[in-house]
Design a protein around this ligand. Structure first.
Ligand code: SAH
Length: 468
C-alpha cells in the first residue's frame, strides 16, 4: 500500500520539516501489523514527494487472536485485500509515523504549519464502498480536486464489471495537517470497515481530528456513522458531541446581540438590513441566498418582498438556524410562504452544490467571523463555485470604532470577530476579488458617515462580468 504526498511549494523540501522526516533518509517503523517505510522519491526545491509505504504482514494478520482481524467470509484467510489497500491500517500508520504533522506541530517552523501549500496526495488503491460518488461527496466539500480511476474486478473477465477499488489523486491548497486529518478519518469511512474494536475512544478521535471541519461537513452524519462502524449508540453520542461544540461556538456568536447593543444607538442594524434588501431588489434578483443568515433578520425582510421567489438561509450553526426557524414562525407560515423559504446548515468554507444557480447572495456581517487562513477558501466557494450574478457583502469599518463608547478589548466590536478592516483594507480585498474571479465592485457606506473615520458599516456590491 502506497501513499505519496507531493508539493510544489517553494522550497518544496520544506515538506521534510512538516513531516519531521528528512528527505535524504529512508526510515522504517515497526507497527503491530507490519512495517511502514518513509522515503522521498523526489526532493528538490521545485518539487518534493514523500512516500509512505505500508507493508502489512498478511500471514501475521491471519495468525492474530480471533476478533482482532476477522473478515466475515470463509476464505478470508486466503483472499484478503487488507494488505494492499488504503484502510484503517494506513490511518494507524499515519498517526504513528506522522503524529506531529497530523496534529499540526512543527517546533522549528511553527509558521510553516499554518501555511496553506499546494498538495497532491495519491493513494495507490483506495476501496470506496459507495463508489466515486461518495468519494466526491466526502472530499469535494473540503476543497479537493479529485481524479479517480476505477479498476475492473478482473482484467481477464471484464464481464465481471468494476471493483470497488480506485487509484485516487487528491489536490488541494491547504495545511498539511488538514490533508492528513482528512485522510486519517475519511479512508476508513470510504472503506466502511475497521480492523479493530470500535468504542468510546473512536469518538474522542473523531472529535479531536474532526472538530474543525466535521461540524459543518454536508456528509457529517454518514461520516460519523461509518467511522463508528454503524454502532447506533456511539453514532448518536458523537453527533451530539459535535452539535455541542457547535452550540458552544455559536453561543459566542449569538452574543452578537452585544454588538447590536453597541450599534443600536445609531439604529445601524435596521439601516444595514434595509440597505441590503434594497440593493438586492435593485439587482433584479429573484432567487437569493442569505449566507451566514444567523437568526434570520434579513430573511424576514426578504420574505416581505414579492420579487424574491426563492430565499435560502444558510448558516454554519444548527443552533442559530433553529432560532431563525422559531423567529420566522416557519412551522406556522402559510404554504405559499413556506415554499419560498429554505433553511439549511452549511459552511462558507466548503464548496456546496446546494448554493449554485442563484441570482444573488447576501453575506451580511459574516466575513469578520472567519479565520483569516480560511478566507481564501471562502473566496473560492462564493466567487468561483457559487458565483451568483450579484454579491452584497457588509463588514464593520474598524476606523469607526473610536466613536463607540465601549468597544471590546483589541478595539473590535465583538469577541468572536477575527478581524475588522479599515476602508482601505476592505477595498483592497474586494478589488483583489474582482481581479481573480471576474467581478466588478461598487462600494457604499452604511450608517452615518463621519468625515474622518467614515461610516460604521461598509458594503461592497459585486457584479459578475458577462462571460464572453
Ligand atoms: N447575517 C446575520 C448574522 C451575522 S453574525 C445578521 O446580519 O444578522 C455571523 C453569522 O455567520 C453567525 O450566524 C455565524 O454562525 C455565521 N457563520 C460564521 N462562520 C460561518 C461559516 N463558515 N459559514 C456559514 N456561516 C458562518
Amino acid at each position: 500500500m502506497l501513499l505519496t504526498i507531493s508539493t510544489t511549494y517553494s522550497p518544496a523540501t520544506d515538506l521534510g520539516y512538516l513531516l519531521h522526516k528528512h528527505p535524504a533518509r529512508m526510515q522504517s517503523f515497526t507497527l503491530a501489523f507490519g512495517q511502514a517505510h518513509v522515503f522521498y522519491p523526489e526532493a528538490c526545491t521545485e518539487a518534493c514527494t514523500a512516500a509512505l509505504l505500508l507493508d502489512v504482514d498478511s500471514v501475521g494478520l491471519v495468525r492474530r487472536p480471533q476478533g482482532q482481524f476477522a473478515e466475515n467470509f470463509a476464505l478470508a484467510q486466503y483472499v484478503s485485500d487488507r494488505p494492499y489497500v488504503a484502510s484503517s491500517f494506513l490511518s494507524v500508520a499515519i498517526a504513528r509515523v506522522f503524529s506531529s504533522a497530523l496534529s499540526g506541530k512543527c517546533k522549528d517552523r511553527p509558521q510553516l504549519v499554518e501555511t496553506e501549500i499546494p498538495l497532491n496526495a495519491k493513494l495507490s488503491i483506495l476501496p470506496c464502498r459507495g463508489g466515486e460518488k461518495l468519494l466526491r461527496r466526502l472530499f469535494e466539500p473540503l476543497g479537493y480536486t479529485i481524479t479517480a480511476e476505477q479498476h475492473t474486478l478482473d482484467s481477464q473477465f471484464p464481464e465481471w464489471g468494476q471493483s470497488r477499488y480506485f487509484t485516487v489523486t487528491l489536490e488541494n491548497t491547504c495545511r498539511l495537517s488538514e490533508l492528513l486529518t482528512h485522510l486519517y478519518i475519511l479512508m476508513p469511512v470510504l472503506d466502511d470497515e475497521k480492523h479493530y474494536w470500535v468504542g468510546d475512544a473512536e469518538i474522542q478521535k473523531l472529535s479531536k481530528h474532526g472538530k474543525d471541519w466535521l461540524t459543518a461537513h454536508p456528509e457529517q452524519e454518514s461520516i460519523v456513522r461509518r467511522y463508528l462502524k454503524h454502532q447506533r449508540g456511539l453514532t448518536r453520542e458523537a453527533l451530539a458531541q459535535l452539535r455541542e461544540e457547535d452550540v458552544q461556538e455559536t453561543a459566542e456568536t449569538v452574543q452578537a446581540q452585544e454588538e447590536e447593543q453597541l450599534e443600536t444607538g445609531i439604529g445601524l442594524n435596521e439601516i444595514r438590513l434595509a440597505t441590503v434588501t434594497e440593493t438586492l431588489k435593485q439587482s433584479g434578483a429573484r432567487r437569493v441566498l442569505d449566507l451566514g443568515c444567523g437568526e434570520g433578520k434579513l430573511l424576514r425582510k426578504l420574505l416581505a418582498e414579492k420579487q424574491f421567489t426563492e430565499i435560502v438561509g444558510m448558516d454554519v450553526s444548527h443552533h442559530v438556524l433553529k432560532i431563525a426557524q422559531q423567529r420566522l414562525h416557519y412551522d406556522r407560515l402559510p404554504e405559499k410562504q413556506k415554499e419560498r423559504l429554505l433553511l439549511f446548515q452549511g459552511s462558507l468554507g466548503y464548496r456546496d452544490k446546494r448554493l449554485t444557480g442563484y441570482d444573488a447572495a447576501a453575506v451580511v456581517e459574516v466575513i469578520e467571523h472567519l479565520d483569516v487562513p480560511r478566507l481564501s477558501a471562502f473566496e473560492r466557494v462564493l466567487f468561483e463555485f457559487t458565483c451568483p450574478q450579484t454579491v452584497v457583502l457588509t463588514t464593520p469599518n474598524i476606523e469607526y470604532n473610536v466613536k463607540f463608547e465601549n468597544p471590546h478589548a483589541g478595539n473590535l466590536r465583538h469577541k468572536d470577530h477575527r478581524f475588522e478592516w479599515t476602508r482601505d483594507e476592505f477595498q483592497a480585498w474586494a478589488t483583489s476579488i474582482t481581479k481573480r474571479f471576474g467581478y466588478t465592485v461598487a462600494f457604499q457606506p452604511i450608517g452615518p458617515v463621519d468625515e474622518n473615520v467614515g461610516p460604521p458599516t461598509q458594503m461592497a456590491v459585486f457584479t459578475r462580468k458577462q462571460k464572453i
